[in-house]
Design a protein around this ligand. Structure first.
Ligand SMILES: [Zn+2]
Length: 257
């Protein structure tokens, strides 16, 4: 599985992988999927999108004939995927293309994911999949292993989030719990922001881990490994509405135990 950070759309019809997995915040991944599709179909400009022509407009409105955009309100049901199953049973003309974009792909149940597997693995000629998710860890391995993962550069973290982040720069004994709790009150972090914070921390600690390995800094590598283990374990618990503060407090206590 390739991992790459998106810089531009280097894809054309011939280099497209059968399935792409965009990970990033909800709004960004949808926007990137839209502009990738526009850059492929727009005939006004080469390898980029004018965003204004009727093709670009129809893609943005998800009214384009070559696009099935699935955006379930809550979790996925097999009914939500009916459109996909129906569309894919038709053979396309040569040079014709059709995209399935599945939002919130982290919400695909095993049954739903299984119903897509064969199509994702060997899509009939001209069919392509784009899965959108906030975090690739939430994607079922069966889908994830068949998709090319593209992590979108992370949305800017706000100042108050930065302050929270600063408490997780070190792992180990630390006396500042009261300060941290105060910072948490001021920041009023939502569940979404909380997920962003954990993502940002995972990125930062992964970098530090790589750096420590390069520098043969065993102590640093061990600390980073420990931090990453705590962060990843924390992600396995569902973040309930209203539980962001509690989540971060627990994480703090584990980090500085
Ligand atoms: Zn255009």
């Amino acid at each position: 599985m390739d991992t790459q950070t998106i810089t531009s759309y280097a894809y054309d019809w011939h280099s497209l992988p059968p399935a792409l997995l965009f990970a990033g915040n909800r709004h960004d991944v949808a926007e990137h999927a839209t502009s990738l599709l526009q850059s492929l179909w727009c005939t006004a400009k080469k390898n980029t999108a004018c965003t204004r022509c009727s093709t670009c407009t129809r893609i943005a409105q998800r009214q384009w004939h070559g696009l099935t955009w699935v955006s379930p309100q809550k979790g996925y049901t097999l009914d939500d995927l009916d459109g996909v199953t129906r569309a894919i049973s038709f053979a396309l003309d040569p040079d014709e293309h059709h995209f399935f974009v599945l939002e919130n792909a982290d919400a695909l149940s095993p049954a739903c994911a299984n119903s897509l597997l064969k199509s994702v693995e060997e899509p009939p000629a001209g069919y392509h999949f784009i899965f959108l998710c906030e975090r690739p860890d939430g994607i079922l391995p069966t889908i994830r292993s068949r998709s090319t993962l593209i992590r979108l550069a992370h949305a800017t973290v706000s100042c108050s989030q930065l302050e929270i982040l600063s408490y997780f720069q070190e792992c180990g004994n630390y006396e500042g719990y009261a300060h941290f709790v105060r910072a948490l009150e001021t920041a009023a972090v939502t569940e979404r922001e909380c997920a962003d914070i954990v993502d940002a921390l995972i990125n930062a600690w992964s970098e530090r881990y790589k750096e420590a390995i390069v520098q043969h800094n065993e102590e640093g590598a061990a600390q980073a490994r420990h931090a990453l283990a705590l962060l990843r374990t924390s992600l396995s618990h569902q973040l309930m509405p209203g539980s962001a503060k509690l989540f971060l407090k627990n994480l703090f206590l584990q980090f500085h135990a």
